[in-house]
Write a protein that binds this ligand. Structure first.
Ligand code: GRG
Length: 295
């Protein structure tokens, strides 16, 4: 349960996620080159927003158990696979990510594709291996993670984004892209935490709304940071969507309009927490963290 501040929670659990991620790959019986490529991209440097969000919903309802890290790390593995594939020459063709050469620059395109495939598939296996969780809940998590990451979620959003390249899109089309490309995994983070934390159905409905606003908030902030170049990370600059003819909120709405949207989604996310009985300190902390993040 929540006994600490948002900052203490994030520091403590980011370290725990960072420690466990490579361990879930290290014990695989597979070629060393593949293992090395998978661990390279999982290596610390990412903010771990998605696993921390999942764990924070659990922590708001009950104590976090060792087994919960399997779901949290599974989600970060899917996010990491998506970044490896997004950086490939066939997609964004980026040389740097998080200030380090991208996976295909170090291991070659074929191994990078396969490292992404290995991370994607390992994530579902990890969920199936969770202890103290009913088979029914595990199947629900696997189904919802498949939907969030697959054609109806992140993969569909990525294709819509590619198709929109160089075209002018409507706000509705832009929201579709971001709800799917970025929002779907954020929503899964919140809802998986809710399923594992035994949250009531009423509270789940509120949390779903919260997660949808949080996903858009995250993406709009990302678009704003791309333009403002707040980050000093080389990888961020190289991986930026600015200058790539991609659809972004500041392009469509100008910077003032993008910032108004940002505040709208922050207000809506906070409003959706109002009638929730569980302790929402950490979830309020996430809204502030995303609003104020600089990378
Ligand atoms: C290849 C199927 C497939 C999907 C790719 C995630 C993604 C979809 C593309 C990444 C490009 C991008 C800039 C997306 C916008 C927001 C986003 C997901 C940023 C990266 O996530 P962070 O900020 O990254 O959580 P870190 O490095 O902190 O893990």
């Amino acid at each position: 349960m929540t006994r600490q501040s948002f900052e203490q929670f994030i520091d403590e659990y980011r370290k725990k996620v960072d420690e466990r991620l490579p361990l879930f790959i290290d014990n695989l019986n597979c070629p060393d080159a593949l293992k090395e490529a998978m661990i390279y991209s999982l290596h610390a440097g990412g903010k771990r927003v998605r696993p921390l969000l999942l764990l924070s919903v659990i922590d708001s309802n009950r104590d976090i158990k060792e087994s919960d890290f399997k779901a949290a790390c599974a989600l970060e593995m899917i996010h990491t696979y998506s970044l490896i594939h997004d950086d490939l020459p066939a997609m964004d063709n980026d040389d740097y990510r998080r200030g380090k050469p991208t996976n295909h620059k170090v291991f070659g395109e074929a191994v990078a594709i396969l490292a992404g495939d290995g991370l994607l598939t390992r994530s579902f296996e990890l969920i199936s291996l969770m202890e103290d969780v009913s088979s029914e809940t595990k199947i629900q998590l696997i189904r919802e993670l498949s939907q969030a990451s697959g054609a109806e979620g992140m993969v569909g959003g990525q294709v819509a984004d590619l198709q929109a390249e160089g075209k002018s899109v409507s706000l509705e089309e832009l929201e579709y892209i971001h709800q799917h490309k970025t929002g779907a995994l954020m929503s899964f983070a919140v809802m998986a935490g809710a399923h594992l934390g035994n949250v009531t159905e009423d509270e789940k409905a509120q949390l779903r709304t919260f997660s949808q606003h949080l996903g858009l908030l995250f993406q709009i902030k990302d678009d704003i940071l791309d333009v403002e170049g707040d980050s000093e990370e080389m990888g961020k600059a190289a991986g930026s969507d600015e200058g790539k003819n991609k659809s972004t909120y500041p392009r469509l709405l100008e910077m003032d309009g993008a910032k108004r949207k940002l505040h709208h989604h922050a207000d809506m996310a906070i409003a959706s927490l109002n009638s929730i009985r569980m302790d929402t300190t950490l979830l309020h902390g996430f809204v502030d963290y995303i609003m104020n993040r600089t990378n």
